[in-house]
Design a protein around this ligand. Structure first.
Ligand SMILES: *[C@@H]1O[C@H](CO)[C@@H](O)[C@H](O)[C@H]1NC(C)=O
Ligand SMILES: *[C@@H]1O[C@H](CO)[C@@H](O)[C@H](O)[C@H]1NC(C)=O
Ligand SMILES: *[C@@H]1O[C@H](CO)[C@@H](O)[C@H](O)[C@H]1NC(C)=O
Length: 397
């Protein structure tokens, strides 16, 4: 597979707006919160293995909205922010674009019942491989369950968009995601599988939770597009042995080969449930007309909503106030293009101005620090966003 060197750092190329979806990357990362009920579930478990199962399900569910989302989110402008207050789901989130080159987005979410904190900074490193674009979401994600005094960290899997030049676009996520419990060093290892030659592994995720003595406590399996299950490791092993006997002759699927495109394999069997498994998570179905709306989930559809009265309350840097995204949402592509160019030009001019005056950009809600759990550099929330004092916000639109 990926043997060639990528030809370009894609973040430096400007792409026409038709490849976009009308959301900023800051809004896109807030989609991690779609299944916040799994965090609440983790908080409510008395057993640590049960908590880890819920956290693992949350980590997988957080990337489920990527399914069929081949539209590229808008690159956030330096200083752009996004807030999401969801009383119904018991959380509030704030994010900020803290660096332009490389593009780094920092986010901080907290439970309204002071039950959890969820934060991270994401640097989506894009690589162009000829037929596909691969996004490596560099950056650690931290989930703290406050009442249990537990912290979990992980890094999201790689996301690949196939057939960016010819053929039908499709999305694959792969790589190993390790969720570490920093109180003990116990962990959950999740393997997002590449789809493979016959597509048998398409969307498949498999892994296990091990305790501090490296004893496997449960096996986790499913698909990031569908559902995740948990089962006892012994039940899993004996099931697999039986399964292999019958598998030998089911390999006869043929794939129609298109010479120029890497087509998505046809095989899309759903998850075969092993008897005795417990359901950890199931994806919510998308709205019926989702395909006409960039394949958005119900959660994504609401992200750019600007309710009456909100405008005076939001920080002036909020994504909802970005004119190019708004124009695209309204279907006016020419205006969206024009506005996008204007905003990028304004950003360049501001940067030049700062360089001339030897002035450093200062972030507003996050500062560079050390993640106490991993010991590595991270952007940490400095607090106060929801006090709603925005008078010294930069003018970026
Ligand atoms: C939405 O999903 C459909 C069906 O898989 C796909 O054909 C289409 O390209 C997707 N559209 C976007 C904007 O990702
Ligand atoms: C995580 O660490 C805590 C604190 O040491 C411990 O009580 C708990 O069992 C661990 N949880 C898991 C799932 O390993
Ligand atoms: C999709 O359905 C929703 C809710 O029924 C509606 O508000 C929206 O306008 C529809 N969008 C399109 C593009 O048809």
């Amino acid at each position: 597979r990926h043997l060639r060197e990528p030809s370009k750092e894609l973040s430096k190329i400007t792409m026409p707006i038709v490849f976009n979806e009308p959301l900023s990357f800051l809004q896109r990362i807030s989609e991690y919160m779609e299944h916040t009920y799994l965090v609440h579930k983790a908080c409510a478990q008395a057993e640590s293995i049960e908590r880890m199962q819920a956290v693992a399900a949350f980590a997988v569910s957080a990337v489920a909205s990527q399914w069929d989302r081949t539209g590229k989110p808008f690159n956030p402008l330096l200083g752009e922010t996004y807030e999401l207050l969801r009383e119904d789901q018991g959380f509030r989130l704030v994010s900020e674009q803290v660096s332009h080159h490389p593009p780094i987005s920092a986010f901080h979410a907290e439970g309204l019942a002071q039950d959890f904190v969820f934060h991270g900074s994401i640097y989506p490193k894009l690589k162009f491989w000829g037929k596909s674009v691969e996004a490596e979401p560099k950056g650690t994600i931290t989930l703290e369950l406050l009442k249990h005094k537990e912290a979990y960290t992980w890094t999201n899997p790689l996301c690949c968009v196939h057939n960016v030049i010819v053929g039908k676009l499709w999305i694959e996520q792969y790589g190993t995601v390790e969720i570490v419990n920093h109180s003990t060093g116990d962990k959950c290892v999740l393997n997002f599988k590449p789809c493979g030659m016959f597509g048998k592994e398409l969307h498949r995720v498999e892994g296990y939770i091990q305790d501090k003595c490296k004893k496997k406590r449960c096996v986790i399996y499913g698909k990031w597009t569908e559902c995740m299950w948990s089962v006892d490791p012994q039940v899993y092993e004996s099931h697999r042995k039986n399964d292999r006997k019958g598998a030998a002759d089911s390999r006869k699927q043929k794939t129609v080969k298109n010479e120029d495109a890497d087509d998505m394999p046809e095989v899309q069997e759903t998850v075969a449930v092993i008897p005795g498994s417990t359901l950890l998570w199931r994806v919510a179905s998308r709205p019926p007309n989702s395909t006409e709306m960039y394949n958005f989930t119900n959660f994504a559809i609401g992200l750019n909503e600007l309710e009456p009265g909100m405008e005076g309350v939001l920080a002036p840097t909020d994504c909802r106030l970005r004119p190019d995204i708004r124009a695209m949402e309204m279907g006016d592509m020419d205006e969206a293009s024009k506005q996008k160019e204007r905003l990028e030009e304004k950003q360049r001019a501001a940067r030049k101005e700062r360089a001339k005056d030897n002035e450093e950009w200062s972030t507003r809600w996050f500062e560079l620090g050390v993640n106490p759990f991993t010991g590595s550099q991270d952007w940490l929330y400095t607090g106060g966003y929801f006090d709603r004092k925005y008078t010294d916000s930069p003018d970026i639109y």
